[in-house]
Design a protein around this ligand. Structure first.
Ligand code: GKR
Ligand code: MG
Length: 420
């Protein structure tokens, strides 16, 4: 089954003013939609990063895919490598302050998922079966809680933002109640490093009181010093399931791990296979947040699961602002990994747009049902794609910049880390 065309469509979708330690989300988030068409006219799809440098890399690779067989993943790897070189060319800020080391993994993943979608369509099986089969029928996600502004500074009407301003522990509790009532989430994660550590500890205590059976997590994206982290961890012992990327560097993680009883998780210190030996040796980070978008695709993520199992590391899943195609890919791979034992992260409830047929996906009891339809189990809505592509044309910016966006609210904002 030969590839005859590869289409890349950059899109922009509405995003609320969510706060993190480096700043605030812009009115639109960007993604790139990948379509791979075979000689017989069948189309496989995927969703990946929408920054300019990723787009340039993908567009450089795309012509080399024409003529390739959709089953030839070694050929795909060679095409990616030969087109952009092995070294990192594009650097994408995956989390505030973390640049992806390998453009290769990100670009390979962008096309791998679309090829797997095609393979699944052709053999009539869902992608999770191509990954070895599913270990669960539904994948649980956590409620991703953010402090946020009530509206975007320069475009107050961009998002019909029903969430309003959330800048206090009480407002956060309301946000959590709404998320849980609406989607049934059974664990909660706070994007931390935004309010003072004391206020965030108070927020977590309130959440624990209200939801005693929901595992809780906090992620300040390197926003704290070692000392602050230790204080927060002591205050929240017995309450937190894990603490994610509290302070920068493995040396900090080692000092923290020696002083606290809460496991440290990371999607910033560990972003590729080459990071694993040092992380395993340091024995400070105990949980890795996978993400097929930058770990090299769905099969590579499954391999990461096996490595974590061998080394006794926990495995969870990271997310960035994304739409339904990504959510489906995340669901297939999460279903196929026996030891992915933590509820996965997702930004999906914060989005109002999508590009898939049939409207937005629904969580049931905090879970997304693993599709049994062939391939990814979702299809592109071409009219929606066109609409969100038009947004992209109007929303001129090359890369996500939460720091610059925050300066619209606070002109002297530096976004430097650690913050507390
Ligand atoms: O959306 O502001 C955000 C998050 O901070 C995101 O950029 C991170 O990549 O969710 C991510 C994380 O867990 O670090
Ligand atoms: Mg994180």
């Amino acid at each position: 089954m030969i590839i005859r065309d590869v289409r890349l469509t950059p899109i922009a979708f509405r995003d609320p003013p969510l706060l993190n330690v480096t700043g605030v989300h812009e009115p639109y988030a960007t993604r790139c939609i990948v379509e791979i068409e075979t000689a017989t006219g069948r189309v496989g799809i995927n969703e990946t990063y929408g920054d300019k440098s990723t787009y340039v890399d993908l567009a450089t690779i795309a012509p080399a895919l024409v003529g390739l067989n959709i089953y030839d993943m070694a050929g795909l790897a060679a095409a990616v490598r030969n087109s952009i070189g092995g070294a990192a060319r594009s650097e994408y800020e995956m989390a505030p302050g973390t640049l992806s080391k390998t453009a290769f993994a990100r670009c390979f993943a962008a096309f791998e998922v679309a090829c797997l979608d095609l393979q699944g369509q052709l053999c009539g099986r869902p992608i999770c079966d191509l990954l070895g089969g599913k270990y669960r029928d539904a994948v649980p996600y956590s409620a991703y809680l953010f402090f946020k502004f009530g509206g975007h500074r320069d475009q107050p009407n961009t998002v019909d933002d029903e969430w309003g301003e959330v800048l206090t522990p009480e407002a956060l509790l309301w946000e959590a109640r709404t998320m849980v009532a609406r989607h049934g989430f059974r664990s909660l994660k706070l994007k931390a490093g935004v309010l003072s550590p004391e206020a965030e500890v108070a927020a977590l205590r309130m959440l624990h009181q209200e939801f005693p059976d929901h595992p809780l997590r906090m992620d300040p994206n390197y926003g704290w010093t070692v000392e602050t982290t230790v204080k927060v961890a002591h205050a929240l012992e017995g309450i937190l399931e894990y603490l994610e990327d509290p302070a920068k560097g493995l040396t900090s993680s080692r000092r923290i791990a020696a002083a606290i009883n809460i496991p440290i998780a990371s999607n910033m210190a560990v972003t590729s296979f080459e990071d694993l030996p040092e992380v395993v040796t340091a024995n400070a980070i105990r949980i890795i947040l996978s993400d097929h978008h930058y770990w090299g695709g769905l099969r590579a993520t499954r391999e990461l699961g096996r490595i974590c199992d061998v080394w006794g590391l926990g495995l969870s899943m990271h997310s960035n602002s994304h739409l339904g195609i990504s959510l489906m890919a995340m669901t297939h791979v999460a279903a196929s990994i026996p030891n992915l034992t933590y509820d996965c992260d997702t930004h999906y409830p914060w989005q109002v747009d999508d590009v898939i047929e049939g409207g937005r996906l629904r969580f049931e009891n905090g879970c997304i049902r693993v599709p049994s339809e062939p391939g990814l189990g979702v299809r592109l809505d071409q009219a929606k794609l066109k609409e969100l592509h038009e947004n992209h044309k109007n929303f001129i910016r090359e890369d996500r910049d939460d720091v610059a966006e925050m300066r619209k609210y606070q002109p002297d904002w530096a976004g430097t880390l650690p913050r507390y």
